[in-house]
Design a protein around this ligand. Structure first.
Ligand SMILES: [Zn+2]
Ligand SMILES: [Zn+2]
Length: 244
């Protein structure tokens, strides 16, 4: 049997623990104000500025659903999603948009426990227990230039919250051009076949929770889900910190 020990991201170590150890007294990861009472995740002022998703959400993308149908307009227009269900913690707006930007591009990795905590809360409410947690990988060159994979940090902290192992099951086998300005079909074409499963034996027959920071069109998550299902995953669910 293949050992999965080397592939599992240790849930107890890494960023979650080191952040908790360093932050004494605890600071708000958004504004760096000192937190007065207990190990709270954000200060009261920042918490009040966070945007919320409405109660009625789309199971295709985890975002708000103001249509009369089960799925939102975006999910209907793209012809459905390959995963079983998707959940998001926040809308990609306001203070949260700034937080994700700082987390992703300005090395504010101390935001990972806060974002993953909110994702875990949303998942407990809308999702089902997965066997394994799998981050969307960056291409290794991009990960080296950024210094970390933001989805990997979220998966690690989420694994700790949900008491499930986080596994780097996917690899990005080629670099893809920046997706930001492309439409869904162009993005899908751009990213199609970009992911491969490192050791299929780890994920065969398992239900997986695929983790990314922001859900924009869902093209990247689609390509990753397709690779996981083709390699034998029993089911794939998706969770993101924010729905754009
Ligand atoms: Zn704050
Ligand atoms: Zn949707």
């Amino acid at each position: 049997m293949t050992s999965i020990a080397g592939t599992i991201i240790t849930a107890c170590g890494g960023i979650c623990r080191s952040v908790a150890d360093i932050a004494v007294p605890p600071l708000c990861p958004l504004c760096k104000a000192e937190l007065s009472c207990g190990p709270r995740r954000l200060c009261t002022a920042c918490e009040q500025l966070l945007p919320c998703l409405p109660e009625r959400r789309c199971p295709g993308c985890g975002g708000a659903n103001d249509s009369y149908l089960d799925l939102c307009r975006d999910c209907l227009e793209c012809g459905g999603r390959p995963w079983a269900a998707a959940v998001s913690a926040f809308p990609f707006a306001g203070q949260l948009r700034e937080a994700v930007h700082a987390f992703k591009y300005q090395r504010q990795t101390s935001l990972a426990p806060f974002l993953a905590g909110a994702m875990a809360d949303a998942w407990r409410r809308y999702g089902a227990a997965p066997d394994l947690i799998v981050p969307v990988p960056l291409h290794w060159l991009r990960e080296i230039s950024r210094g970390y994979n933001q989805a990997g940090l979220l998966a690690q902290c989420l694994g700790r919250e949900l008491r499930r192992p986080a596994v780097n099951a996917l690899r990005r086998r080629r670099r893809t051009s920046q997706q930001a300005r492309l439409h869904y079909e162009e993005r899908l074409k751009n990213i199609s076949g970009a992911f491969m499963v490192k050791k299929p034996s780890i994920i065969v027959g398992k239900s997986l929770l695929l983790v990314d920071d922001v859900f924009t069109t869902g093209a990247t998550l689609s390509a990753a889900t397709t690779a996981l299902l083709a390699a034998g995953a029993a089911a794939v669910y998706v969770i993101t910190a924010a729905r754009d």
